[in-house]
Design a protein around this ligand. Sequence first.
Ligand SMILES: *Cc1c(COP(=O)(O)O)cnc(C)c1O
Length: 354
Amino acid sequence: MQITITQADQLKSKPDDAKLGFGTLFTDHMFNMDYHPDKGWHNPRIEPYTPIAMDPATMVLHYGQGIFEGLKAYRTGSGKIQLFRPGNNFKRLNRSARMLCIPELDETFALDALKALLVIEKDWVPRAPQTSLYIRPTIIATDPFLGVRASYTYRYFIILSPVGAYYAEGFNPVKIWVTQDHVRAVSGGVGEAKTIGNYAASLLAAEKAQQQGYTQVLWLDGIERKFVEEVGSMNIFIVIDDELISPALSGSILPGITRDSVISLAKMWNIKVSERKISIDEVIDAHGSGKLQEIFGSGTAAVISPVGELKYGHQVITIGDGQAGPLANKFFKALIDIQYGNSQDPMGWIEPVA
Ligand SMILES: *Cc1c(COP(=O)(O)O)cnc(C)c1O
């Protein structure tokens, strides 16, 4: 498929790299492609960034049939632009698509289309340390119809947003509230898909955490409310007695690419790493016996997010000395060094763009 390119008449002025936040600014162009049952995915095009006009009955607005991805383009010290494991994002997008009855994309074409967009927008990839261009591929159901069924038509789009250094004020640990009142997902549901409704479902618990002075929610499993699943919209790692533990992908956990990268590095470094069930009681008991060493989250936005404090019921525990632990530091540094091209790429995770 040939990608049609329409250049924007006027380019926006670029922001100051040192003042970037997250997800508020968007670049000059976007990628769009449509799906119709008779034509399949068709009309791939790069065009000026613009609002999408929609019939108020458009299905995604009513029933949430939509999926997305999140990855970043990084600028290396020598000015080159590169991606980190982008093939995994398109593989996961297709997995989410199957779970939401959305037609799959050709993964090779999807990566080529993203690269074509990035080449046009390359001046938008910021240069300041630990800044990046956040990439949001999204698919939405577009039939104007109020009945409940899978849509026949879809729009795939990619938008780009320059984002600041997540840890501008240092690699600071967050405080986490373990909710017993809310669950994020259940096995058999769509927790392992990156689908829009999962985030709507997480908002109330996040607000309740914030009202108590906590940054994020730690989610327990939906059935027994006993086993640790995720933290906020990140995967979670717990270090007990030198064992690095992440909950096994049970069906209700989003299979994070950062999670997989941490596990791969741990294996390469001969760290004892387990993907298994871990109950909140095991975490609390390990703290009681002095064996709980670290807790941290993993995800594309923050890479690694150390947890300094955890509240479960009436108990408040401090993890380690409340500072980022040695493994959190080691994984954070190793991952950003690979992403920004400051170290070798031992796993072949880097995809050059321009
Ligand atoms: C995206 C996401 C993650 C992290 O996935 P990465 O591929 O590492 O960015 C974890 N949990 C949830 C719920 C997510 O949406």
